[in-house]
Design a protein around this ligand. Structure first.
Ligand code: SF4
Length: 370
């Protein structure tokens, strides 16, 4: 389990090692074609910022070699904003006195029909962490319903046990996303104040349980803004590397959402600049050239325009972050404010303008179908 593996590393020692790297270290790392964990620290260091153009070129080439010039499109569907946890950065947090909503089967189908008409083949079903409304039976039923409409169904729901993940797999779930938010155990305690999410290790070992259940793809991520991003990215890479070796048949994706304004969120403790965001993305691509990288509508238009050719492999488009947001109800509470509100058609045009091919299906399935 990764909770055992991570004990070999100390957050503070990794942090200090990253910040001690020099331009000489950066040049030495960039002259290599294989990288050690020490090189990972260099790629993520402030010293490597001076080589951003080279990092971006390398990231772009590695991505094209592995994935071609394709960008897969997906849409999140929020099924429920019920949540029993208190996370200080999230609009769905239990303490926020907001209207709660869990979609009925009829409402779910209405959302699905809307997105099918927009040509989406790949959806991400999202719920808060709630044992009553968005429980495993509800999630499983939603997956089964979604398979009647879409070729790829991913979920981002509460961490569960191996038995539940096996059940989801049998119902047609292709991918499970579970973000650690931050790998810093001390900061984790500051942001997570109530509910099951308090258990750092249970969340940390969730990808292991997903891997054991044989789910096709696991999505990892950190929420940028909670801790020092360079150190968090190192631990994210470590987690990915461990999972690749342990569950080698599984595919992996990563995502690195930046904190966005949300109900109850007043200040971002560790902001990440645009330049730093680019370094993060390119460094992670260089560390792992096989990982899929997803970019959500949390990022503003100008960033999404520029990041398409730097390592991204999938993008959401026209997203709504409230239950029923597409076709049922526009009044329910959003998890966070999106930043890029362009329509799927506009995103499609943008991708094509940049010489990339938009792919509606899961890109792996699209390629093997040829
Ligand atoms: S981040 Fe997830 S667990 Fe935390 S309050 Fe939001 S929906 Fe609930």
């Amino acid at each position: 389990m990764f909770s055992e593996e991570i004990k070999k590393y100390s957050w503070n020692e990794v942090h200090d090692a990253i910040y001690a790297k020099t331009r000489h270290d950066a040049e030495a790392t960039l002259s290599k074609i294989k990288y050690t964990t020490d090189d990972w620290m260099t790629l993520l260091s402030p010293a490597a910022e001076a080589y951003l153009e080279e990092l971006a070129a390398r990231s772009r080439n590695m991505t094209i070699q592995r994935f071609g010039k394709t960008i897969q499109l997906f849409a999140p569907i929020y099924l429920s904003n019920e949540c029993q946890n208190i996370c200080t950065y999230c609009g769905f947090s239990f303490g926020n006195k907001i209207p709660r909503k869990t979609l009925t089967e009829v409402e779910i189908k209405t959302e699905f029909e809307f997105l099918r008409k927009e040509h989406f083949e790949h959806v991400l079903l999202v719920t808060g962490e709630d044992a009553v409304h968005a429980n495993p039976v509800y999630i499983n039923h939603s997956i089964a319903l979604a398979r009647n409409y879409f070729s790829d169904v991913a979920i981002e729901v509460q961490p569960l046990g191996e038995a539940e993940y096996s059940m989801f797999k049998d119902s047609g779930c292709d991918a499970v996303l579970v973000y650690q938010e931050t790998y810093n155990p001390e900061n984790y305690k500051i942001y997570h104040l109530k509910g099951k999410k308090l258990n750092y290790n249970y969340r940390l070992d969730t990808p292991d349980r997903i891997g054991k259940a044989g789910i096709n793809k696991i999505g990892l991520g950190v929420l940028l803004g909670l801790s020092d991003w360079r150190t968090d990215a190192f631990f994210l890479a470590l987690h990915l590397n461990y999972l690749r070796k342990t569950y080698w048949k599984t595919r992996y994706s990563i995502s690195f959402p930046r904190l966005r304004p949300a109900e109850g969120l007043t200040k971002v403790e560790h902001p990440v600049s645009d330049k730093e965001f680019v370094q993060l993305m390119c460094a992670l691509r260089i560390i792992d050239n096989e990982v899929e990288m997803s970019l959500s509508t949390r990022e503003p238009e100008y960033m999404r325009n520029h990041l398409i050719n730097m390592g991204v492999t999938s993008m959401s488009a026209g997203s709504k972050t409230n239950p029923g947001g597409y076709a049922t109800s526009s009044e329910t509470l959003k998890q966070f404010e999106i930043s890029d509100s362009r329509t799927p058609e506009q995103i499609l045009e943008l991708i094509e303008e940049q010489g990339y091919e938009p792919v509606w299906k899961n890109w792996d399935k699209a390629l093997t179908a040829h």
